[in-house]
Design a binder for this molecule. Structure first.
Ligand SMILES: Cc1cc2nc3c(=O)[nH]c(=O)nc-3n(C[C@H](O)[C@H](O)[C@H](O)COP(=O)(O)OP(=O)(O)OC[C@H]3O[C@@H](n4cnc5c(N)ncnc54)[C@H](O)[C@@H]3O)c2cc1C
Ligand code: FES
Length: 338
């Protein structure tokens, strides 16, 4: 059985199955309701029940005091609906609304998905979750104050593990360690979330995503978020790579295209190998977009990957009509401290 939940003051509405917490169903429907531990311990998800009844679930007394409960408050990460509800909470509309945390994490799983890309699945301490917007990144904290940035490849609703897609830079301080020494169960520290590369959901403009290499990671998070939220926006992903072996998750993007009528996947190879027997698009990824869209004035573009690709795209798309405020990017600039 499902109940209708109305969030005030936004008046957003969604259907909440009785077996899910209010937070779970809100996140699944794409509403960015604040939270921290997702486990009834921190109080970050506290909000008011204006109408209706809930099962409060199990939580720690200090996260929701009896006086607060009597005043109509509940923890949305543990409360489940018993009737239709009207709740009050501040939705997270921008990156600045989300607290930046420093946390340890354990490398739960290492998946070498291609010749030079490793997927790390990071587990947070019990009672901790990281709130972030799809597309944001974290900084892995290294010795001597050094840090390296990596985009979160999982969508916020799917946050049991944080997922990073790490390309090996031979000779690189951190990625050499990942590929040559790191073992599962290793402990890392990170700070985040950071960045303003997140989906602008107040727009209904069609979206062009441009990814280069592991620039696919934050775009994967954004796409999985929009699919989860049942967005009907037209979306096309151009994923650029040197050769076929550098497109490290083509099956996933192909599956999205089969599952979602509003999504198209266009891989573009700049240097296909003979053995690739490539029949698809070739050349530079931003050029493929320019060739396909003579007028970009009605679109939003989200670009992520090598700084040169992002810069070339920004300049050329502007010349082809893309408004300045419709271009969003996360160039993977190198750290200045080696
Ligand atoms: C916001 C942001 C998000 C990022 N997200 C990701 C991500 O999701 N996945 C990912 O793989 N990387 C990502 N990066 C890049 C990443 O932070 C590191 O720069 C990269 O992994 C290299 O780290 P390292 O310590 O191994 O190399 P370093 O010790 O920093 O570099 C050694 C040398 O290698 C060269 N170098 C460094 N990085 C690159 C590069 N990317 N391409 C070519 N040459 C390089 C430089 O000459 C440098 O001096 C991101 C960067 C930023 C700023
Ligand atoms: S109490 Fe921590 S998120 Fe609900």
């Amino acid at each position: 059985m499902s109940f209708q939940v109305t969030i005030k003051p936004s008046n957003h509405q969604y259907s909440a199955p009785e077996h899910e917490t209010i937070l779970e169903s809100a996140l699944r429907e794409g509403f960015a309701v604040p939270y921290g531990c997702r486990n009834g311990a921190c109080g970050s998800c506290k909000g008011k029940i204006l109408q209706g009844q809930v099962d409060y679930g199990k939580y720690q007394d200090n996260a929701l005091r009896e006086t607060e409960k009597k005043a109509g408050m509940a923890l949305f990460c543990t409360a489940r609906p018993l009737t239709d509800l009207v709740i009050e909470c501040r939705e997270v509309g921008a990156a600045r609304d989300i607290p930046v945390k420093t946390m340890p994490c354990r490398v739960q799983k290492m998946e070498k998905i291609s010749h030079d890309v490793m997927i790390l699945h990071l587990k947070l301490p019990a009672n901790e979750r990281l709130q972030f917007l799809a597309g944001q990144y974290i900084d892995i904290l290294l010795k001597d104050g050094k840090r390296r940035s990596f985009s979160l490849a999982n969508a916020p609703h799917d946050d049991e593990f944080l997922q990073l897609h790490i390309r090996h830079i031979p000779g690189g301080l951190f990625t050499d360690q990942v590929f040559n020494a790191m073992q599962e169960k290793a402990i890392l520290r990170f700070e985040g979330p950071h960045g303003s590369f997140f989906l602008r959901e107040d727009s209904s403009k069609p979206i062009i995503f441009m990814a280069g290499g592991t620039g696919f990671a934050p775009i994967k998070a954004m796409l999985e978020h929009t699919f989860q939220a049942h967005s009907k926006r037209e979306m096309v992903l151009y994923w650029g790579a040197h050769s076929l072996r550098d497109l490290y998750m083509p099956q996933l993007a192909g599956q999205w295209q089969r599952d979602h009528a509003n999504f198209t996947f266009i891989p573009v190879l700049s240097e296909p190998l003979a053995e690739d027997q490539w029949q698809g698009r070739t050349g530079l990824v931003h050029q493929a977009i320019l060739d396909d869209f003579a007028d970009l004035s009605a679109y939003q573009v989200y670009a992520c990957g090598a700084p040169q690709m992002v810069a070339a795209g920004e300049q050329a798309f502007g010349a082809q009509g893309l408004p300045q405020d419709a271009f969003f990017a996360d160039p993977f600039v190198f750290s200045l401290e080696a």
